[in-house]
Design a protein around this ligand. Structure first.
Ligand SMILES: O=C(O)C1=C[C@@H](OP(=O)(O)O)[C@@H](O)[C@H](O)C1
Ligand SMILES: C=C(OP(=O)(O)O)C(=O)O
Length: 450
């Protein structure tokens, strides 16, 4: 929903060790895809562990608007799909709230069906670029009419006689890749997407599960993903693993709050998502991966994070960026508590997320007494070592859940704490965040007066 209520100020108080188990919610990326592919299958898809964050609830509402039935039945979500090409024309504007994934994947899913839909979102989503999806979707024959710079609100007119497409991504984006693959489902013949850098592959994995013909091979320009159009997707039972991007917050808090030991069970560790954890190990984190196993086709482990008083700054390889793109804000917080600089390059994409995440975190870190340098696609955090971060200040969360959670974790580990002007956006991806952190022993108080 684009309506954003009253701001919810919240303050993190320092000086309390975090101990216990933190069961984080279901994976946001997989949850969106389960609803969308469920809506495109014929028959009943059942989903367990769906993230009930606002981003995903907005996608559920959108799938209803396109004609699918989506309901919660006890612990499961049940989707009655309409089949590829079976989307009905929505009677009203589709409001994707704060969710880039929601709007971009849904645009792809409807772009090769002869219907028209108008999309909007909150003030953050209305600032984000949509040309990156509507340009490749125009190759199928779809047309898009939006505001200056390819911004929402935007009307997409689906192609009447779609053509299959072969397209090399110009940005490393799983959202763009997925939009093209979903559009390809209703184009005759083979649609091919080529990616130079591997981005999260949940769409490919789930398409296979639903019975689509999908081939992945390394070609001269990169990874080639080919999907054959007009399959009859078979409904599935889906278990959504817990979200590694949400797990990052209690794990990183455990590493930097003195005296902590936090267990975060059953976290999805798909290699296209696990870059943060590799980076933390390189920084010298006391992080262990227990009970490694497979659940629902995804690698999973229990993560144990213990306070690590001697973290070292590192240079994060740019080719790792896609596998941890949403984790740079919280990594920058850990970097502040490490010795020496942490260098992050090849991260231009951070500037077009829910906020400009380099600028947003630079402001938070500087307010807390941490030196940050930045350029168009890089930034460097000069770590102050354990106990070296003053904290203080009031973070502007800019409608960005990850900035809000990162600033609060910084506050818990700092000397003076940290307030955020609005913790409301956290509900887009991790509604239970404050409760779960409080259960570990964190002190989070309403209000921002310090
Ligand atoms: O496909 C997805 O589910 C996502 C892809 C990433 O965005 P980009 O594709 O824009 O990199 C990521 O930032 C987002 O949180 C989820
Ligand atoms: C970038 C994110 O989400 P989205 O693009 O779906 O809004 C995120 O969750 O960090």
């Amino acid at each position: 929903m684009s309506g954003h209520g009253q701001p919810v100020p919240l303050t993190a108080r320092p000086g309390h060790a975090l101990r216990g188990t933190a069961p984080v919610p279901g994976d946001k990326s997989i949850s969106h895809r389960a609803l969308i592919l469920g809506a495109l299958a014929v028959g009943e898809t059942r989903i367990r562990g769906l993230l009930e964050g606002q981003d995903v609830l907005d996608t559920a509402a959108a799938m209803r608007a396109f004609g699918a039935q989506v309901e919660r039945e006890g612990q499961e979500w049940v989707v009655h799909g309409v089949g590829t090409g079976g989307f009905a024309e929505p009677a009203d504007v589709i409001d994707c709230g704060n969710s880039g994934t929601g709007v971009r994947l849904i645009m792809g899913a409807m772009a090769t069906t002869p219907i028209t839909a108008t999309f909007t979102g909150d003030a953050s989503l209305r600032r984000r670029p949509m040309g990156r999806v509507t340009e490749p979707l125009s190759l199928f024959g779809a047309r898009a009419y939006g505001r200056e710079g390819g911004r929402l609100p935007m009307t997409v007119v689906g192609a009447r006689d779609p053509l299959p497409v072969r397209h090399a991504l110009t940005v490393p984006s799983a959202q763009v890749k997925s939009a093209i693959l979903l559009a390809g489902l209703n184009a005759p013949g083979q649609t091919v997407v080529i990616e130079r850098e591997a981005t999260r592959d949940h769409t490919e994995r789930m398409l296979k599960g639903f019975g689509a013909e999908i081939h992945i091979a390394d070609g001269p320009e990169g990874r080639e993903i080919a999907v054959t159009g007009r399959p009859e997707l078979r409904p599935q039972r889906i278990e959504v693993p817990r979200d590694p991007s949400s797990a990052a917050f209690p794990v990183c808090a455990g590493l930097i709050v003195p005296g902590s030991e936090v267990l975060v069970p059953a976290i999805g560790l798909n290699p296209t998502r696990a870059g943060l954890y590799q980076t933390l190990v390189e920084m010298g984190a006391d992080l262990t991966f227990e009970n490694r196993r497979e659940e629902g086709g995804e690698p999973v482990a229990d993560l144990r994070a213990r306070f690590s008083g001697a973290l070292r700054g590192v240079e994060v390889p740019p080719e790792r960026a896609a596998s941890m793109i949403d984790e740079y804000p919280i990594l920058s917080v850990v970097a502040a508590f490490a010795e020496g600089p942490t260098v992050m390059r090849g991260v231009r994409e951070l500037r077009v997320k829910e906020s400009d995440r380099i600028e947003a975190m630079a402001q938070v870190l500087r307010a807390a007494g941490v030196e940050v340098e930045e350029g168009p696609d890089w930034w460097i955090v000069h770590g102050r070592g354990a106990g070296g971060v003053r904290g203080g200040g009031l973070a502007q969360t800019r409608l960005d859940h990850r900035i809000a959670m990162s600033a609060l974790i910084l506050g818990l580990a700092s000397r003076e704490g940290m307030g955020v002007d609005d913790a409301g956006p956290i509900a887009t991806s991790f509604p239970a965040f404050a409760g779960l952190m409080t259960d570990l022993g964190a002190v989070l108080e309403p209000g921002d007066e310090r």
